[in-house]
Design a protein around this ligand. Sequence first.
Ligand SMILES: NC(=O)c1ccc[n+]([C@@H]2O[C@H](COP(=O)([O-])OP(=O)(O)OC[C@H]3O[C@@H](n4cnc5c(N)ncnc54)[C@H](OP(=O)(O)O)[C@@H]3O)[C@@H](O)[C@H]2O)c1
Length: 440
Amino acid sequence: MNILVIGATGAQGGAVARRLVDSGHAVRGLTRSGAGLPPGVTPVTGDLADASAVRAAFDGVTHASVVLPMVFEPSVVETYIRNIAEAAVAAGVRRLVYNTANRMPSVPTSVAAFETRRFATSVLVESGVETVAVRPPLYLDNLCAPWVAGPLVHEGVLRYPLPADVPVSWLSHADLATATIAALTAPTADLAPAEDLDPTADLNPTPDLTPTADLAPAAALAPPSAAAVIPTLASPAADLTAAALPRSATTADFTSAPSIASVAPVDPVALIPPVEQVSPVEQVSPVEQVSPVEQVSPVEQVSPVEQVSPVEQVSPVERVSPVERVSPASPARVGAGAGFAVDLGGADVVTGTELAAAFSAVLGRPVRYVAQDLDEFEAGLTHALGATTAAGVVSTYRWVAEHGHDLYDLDPAALEKTLAISLTPLSTWIAAQPWTELAR
Ligand SMILES: NC(=O)c1ccc[n+]([C@@H]2O[C@H](COP(=O)([O-])OP(=O)(O)OC[C@H]3O[C@@H](n4cnc5c(N)ncnc54)[C@H](OP(=O)(O)O)[C@@H]3O)[C@@H](O)[C@H]2O)c1
């Protein structure tokens, strides 16, 4: 494998790149500055906004690991991901593992940090490049930030901006790297289809099986623009800047904006019924998902010809029959290419209260959990990241607090089975971190 890591100078991509180098792979890393790559990674200088630089970075690459930077502006994300998709296709990349950097709710939201990543996944899949979207929950490494480690060490308080009762399958960057490398080579038959790519799917809960659905214009096969997918965020007044977001605003306020249905009229993907946030066990069980007739391997379903031929993509005859389309086991029919998704997580799923108890047990002293106030969290992040980025990050925590108590849950055993990996126990991870040093 010749592997390109996008984000290799960052925390997540860096962990992946480091592990790939340690495993003996040839790894190059895209970076704007050239500084900060893990040892052994070959730098390729360029900006994701520069299509020719991205193409050059992909030249000769067979596999790629991609995480987008902390940018949530839909038009910028769209430019980045289209440049990546086009370059991956041009290079003939065999598989791209896309780290969505967060889980994505099964329902459409007006949260740019979720929807731009959902949109990015659909762009990759529609491009025809074989894509495995790995969807992590929250990272354990977030707890190493001084604003968490400080109160932990000095006050015995684990302060984090989530309600105490939300279960989270906290994932370490190290296990992210393990999972990403496994996803780069996992047999497609082991992977679940990325069925919930289309944020409009939930707005069409009763699949329309009339023949006219087969007559969707070619344009309907391409993902709509990011701005169309996220209308409330594309409109300047609704930008998620701190200034535009009243402290009292709730997610319900955002969803009262124009509905996504009004801007994304017809999309074959929407004919696939909405998939609830399913556990990996449900995702990978071919027996449950697939009728015997439909148990065709994803590889067979998405021949290279199907992936690249625009004529075939838009022909109603070539597209799946309505019956096939509503089957949850048609990975090849999600967009033009093969799209797979794996929800990631760590070995232990714990609430905030249980997380504090785990710290207490490992550190040998009392630790209690305190759900940090979200406005206070945003104020702190604003100092570090600026108001727009901070508001973008915090909007995901606001959504989880209001709607997403199950967003970060997982069946760890099923994930281990799907990717044939071993996850690190929470207590092992806690014991390995230099907490006193991190608190300084
Ligand atoms: N789920 C969670 O718990 C969690 C936690 C943290 C972050 N996240 C998410 O993870 C994603 C990554 O954020 P992060 O803060 O972790 O990243 P990061 O560590 O700051 O890394 C960002 C990476 O992106 C690269 N980059 C930035 N802009 C670029 C551009 N225009 N062209 C090319 N490369 C560019 C940087 O490379 P150079 O600077 O070398 O160019 C760097 O490698 C974000 O979506 C964030 O919201 C999720």
